[in-house]
Design a binder for this molecule. Structure first.
Ligand code: EPZ
Length: 421
């Protein structure tokens, strides 16, 4: 397994072009199952999760070619078994969002239940409840969920909990259902909005995405689409924190500023200068960071995918910060690793109390999940000495060539392939 080695002390400066968003790409790849036409997706990030989704689509019968620009031809889907197997779902839980499209277009789907993951139980009960409301018959057996329907019908459905994937799964299914659907208490994330835009480009009739109520008028069929994935607000936010904690000056080209208000205001609370420019977002880190208080919430609130990165910022701010995680039940696994680097963090329930220290100290640490891995690299940038981050396969799920990008911005960082860990 690879590891990443970081020398502390660099200042990040220069500019970075933000990649297409992983969490938009994965769902829009699923949307290609809704049409027998050809789908072309551009500006895709080169990530293991995107490759895993392409493998799943191919297994379902799609002809998938390319990487940065992906061509998906779904005309032959439906002849084989429409199954998302355990080996794929366990490596990437977003695989469950093929349920809605398969059910809507072919009337059946079998998907391995994803099981828990490092950050929490992450059930899919709301996905299933919503699909059932649209007319799916559901059987849970041997760790798989089997769904079938003669034809999905529109429905009014209120989610018990705000779920990004659940909203996307049910929205895709409703797009081809017979009649009208009204989905309430839906997720408002930019990735939900972008998926709705793509579906409408394919011929769907969806309104309200980005608000807490989405209305869908089902149509008979959808056509292929050519779409450029919008930039990744979480990658942009992660590098912005890097500039903030190293006192750097960074232009994040194409940063989706309109979807980053909560992160930008949190950076400004920490004393970071954020300037919206025509090319994107310029971030200037201060001499001394101020403490922050953050509570993760569904969009447009402060994103859970930026929680670990801000815990690192708080670790080297002057004073006491509090960060509360309300979305996932176990998303503080970066904390023990940061404590080993000298961070003064105390966990009480779903809140961490962080007392800033002057300097972290380099150490060998273990990556546990995608955003925790990124936060450990950020910590290495500001630690005294050398930090080695093991099990960086977690990182490769969501960050394309992060070590090359950081090196280009002035960091001393390298990847050691096949290192023992
Ligand atoms: C998406 O996951 C993102 N992944 C996650 O990003 C992100 O952290 C999350 O949304 C929240 O913003 C992708 O888009 C591929 P949820 P998702 O369903 O859809 C509970 C990253 O780092 N819940 O909104 O799986 C669930 O347990 C990843 O890029 C139910 O109870 O998240 C969680 O507590 C990590 N029942 C909460 O809702 C359900 O049926 C939010 O989960 C579904 C979810």
């Amino acid at each position: 397994m690879d590891k990443i080695v970081v020398q502390g002390g660099a200042t990040l400066s220069g500019e970075l072009r933000v990649n297409g968003a992983k969490n938009a790409a994965l769902l829009i790849q699923c949307a290609a199952l809704l049409t027998s036409g050809k789908t072309t997706l551009r500006h895709l990030p080169l990530l293991s999760d995107v490759r895993t989704m392409s493998r799943l689509l191919a297994r379902l019968g799609c002809r998938v070619t390319g990487e940065r620009t992906l061509e998906i031809d779904s005309q032959d889907v439906g002849s084989g078994d429409l199954e998302a197997p355990y080996d794929l779902v366990k490596t990437m839980r977003a695989s469950v969002t093929v349920m809605g499209p398969l059910l809507a277009r072919y009337g059946k789907a079998s998907v391995s239940l994803p099981g828990g993951c490092a950050i929490g139980a992450r059930p899919i009960d709301q996905h299933l409840k919503g699909l059932k409301a649209l007319g799916a018959e559901i059987l849970l057996e041997h760790g798989y969920v089997h769904l079938k329907t003669k034809r999905l019908h529109g429905a009014a459905f209120v989610f018990d909990t705000v779920t990004v994937g659940g909203t996307q799964n049910v929205m895709m299914a409703a797009a081809l259902a017979k009649g009208e659907s009204r989905l309430e208490n839906v997720a408002r994330e930019p990735e939900v909005q972008e998926l709705a835009q793509v579906l409408n480009k394919m011929g769907a009739k969806i309104s309200g995405a980005g608000t807490s109520v989405i209305e869908i008028q089902g149509v008979e069929e959808l056509v292929g689409v050519d779409h450029a994935i919008l930039p990744d607000r979480i990658e942009a936010g992660t590098f912005a924190v890097g500039a903030a904690i190293t006192g750097g000056d960074l232009l994040l080209r194409d940063a989706p500023v309109d979807h980053m208000h909560a992160v930008i205001s949190k950076l400004e609370e920490a004393g970071v200068q954020c300037v919206v420019e025509p090319e994107g977002l310029r971030v200037h880190g201060p001499e001394q960071l101020q403490p922050i208080d953050a509570v993760t919430k569904p969009h447009p609130g402060f994103p859970t995918d930026m929680q670990a990165q801000f815990v690192v910022l708080a670790s080297v701010a002057s004073g006491r910060s509090m960060v509360t995680e309300t979305i996932f039940e176990n998303r503080f696994m970066h904390v023990p690793e940061l404590q080993r680097m000298g961070a003064d963090i105390h966990i009480t329930g779903n809140t961490v109390v962080v007392r800033g220290v002057k300097k972290l100290s380099g150490a060998t640490v273990m990556a546990t999940d995608l955003r925790a891995s990124a936060s450990l690299i950020l910590a290495g940038l500001v630690a005294k000495g050398t930090t080695e981050i093991l099990r960086v396969y977690h990182l490769d799920r969501g960050y394309e060539a992060i070590e090359d990008k950081l090196s280009a911005l002035g960091a001393t960082i390298e990847r050691r392939k096949g290192a023992s860990s």
